[in-house]
Design a protein around this ligand. Structure first.
Ligand code: PMP
Length: 357
């Protein structure tokens, strides 16, 4: 007898059947500090302009697939070198997937622990993922181990998240340079948290034939829009364009980003506020007994606590959702990742945390 379950079991890849889907916890009624979202909405005036611009769109038409005006707006707003080409994705998640598909079945290397989708996307595409452990004491790059893995595996793609998620640090420039020089294939510097690090490789694209810089508007305040972009030399980007689904960025997102970028100063001011509040939060966390926050260049702080699972659950009971990353890697044992929220959210988080210790 043919049932949905038996057919799915017969035809879906065994490795996919063995996987769990990306878990997004329900945040209803909770203070949401689990996903590095910007806590601030758009200014009233921008929301008004947005409603007018979006209602005027022809939703019966597909997007213009080349996205030329959007790419020009991104280039101007984010100081992308004129000589570089840009590709857009439905979030940088999709860009990660596209560049791995284009190089599959190659080896994908990342310093590890890092963003989980590097591993997941490699597995989906039939590529091999190799995570090279960071140094446990400060989450810095283990350059010797990275260079040895590059020599051994000849990776098609090396990911370096800058700053890294979930550790929050930026890797050392000299260490990254030696990886860029040693890597035979592509090196993707993932600058998802660039608004909070204010340190970039974007202006150095011309120096390295194998460098692409990937970013997203998610952390800047437009996570719901789903727009990622990646800049690099034409011979790389042209290949990735071939595996990009033709209309991957929808007309609403395209128009929203173009309009909001005209008001980018408002988002920059929010990022500045978050950077400022991050330093205060760092000090407040350090003052709590048993809480050891790591320095952060992103809009979140990783902190080691006495018993992460218990404290995470107790904080949720008190109405605050953060992320328990302790099971992601042994190096992250008893670590919680806390997104920087608004000042009142941060206060509520600190109160919930200290009551849960
Ligand atoms: N890169 C890194 C390092 C991230 O932490 C994230 C989101 N958690 C992403 C990429 C994906 O961002 P998005 O798909 O929202 O653009």
């Amino acid at each position: 007898m043919k049932t949905p379950a038996s057919s799915a079991q017969r035809f879906v890849r065994a490795d996919v059947q063995a996987m769990a889907s990306y878990h997004v916890p329900d945040a209803t009624g909770l203070i949401k500090l689990d996903a590095m979202e910007n806590p601030y909405g758009l200014p009233e005036q921008v929301r008004h302009e947005l409603s007018q611009a979006l209602s005027a769109l022809a939703l019966n038409r597909y997007p213009q697939p080349a996205y030329a005006p959007l790419k020009e707006a991104l280039k101007a707003a984010f100081d992308i070198p004129a000589a570089s080409q840009v590709i857009v994705g439905n979030g940088s998640d999709e860009l990660i997937s596209m560049l791995i598909i284009a190089t599959a079945p190659g080896v994908v290397i990342s310093a590890w622990p890092s963003f989980v989708m590097y591993d997941m996307s490699a597995r989906f595409a039939g590529s091999r993922f190799v995570g090279v452990p960071l140094k446990a004491q400060d989450f810095s790059l283990d350059v010797e181990a990275m260079l040895a893995a590059i020599a051994e595996h000849q990776p098609a793609v090396v990911f370096l998240a800058y700053p890294n998620n979930p550790t929050g640090n930026c890797f050392d420039e000299a260490a990254m340079l030696s990886i860029l020089q040693a890597a035979p294939g592509l090196v993707v510097i993932d600058e998802a948290y660039q608004p909070f690090a204010q340190s970039t490789w974007m202006n150095r694209l011309a120096e390295f034939p194998n460098l692409v810089v990937m970013r997203t508007v998610s952390k800047l305040g437009l996570a719901g829009v789903r727009l990622g972009y990646m800049a690099g030399a034409a011979p790389w980007i042209e290949q990735f364009e071939k595996v990009r689904p033709p209309y991957n960025v929808n007309v609403l997102s395209e128009a929203a980003v173009r309009l909001v970028l005209k008001h980018k100063a408002a988002l920059d001011a929010q990022a500045e506020q978050l950077r400022h509040d991050r330093e205060a939060l760092q000090k407040a966390l350090l003052a709590l007994p048993g809480v050891n926050p790591f320095a952060s260049r992103a809009n979140f702080i990783l902190a080691r606590v006495p018993d992460s699972a218990r404290i995470f659950a107790a904080m949720r009971e008190r109405g605050v959702l953060i992320k328990d990353v302790s099971k992601m890697h042994p190096m992250l044992a008893n670590c919680l990742r806390i997104t920087i929220g608004s000042p009142s959210e941060n206060q509520a988080m600190l109160a919930a945390l200290s009551a849960s210790l």
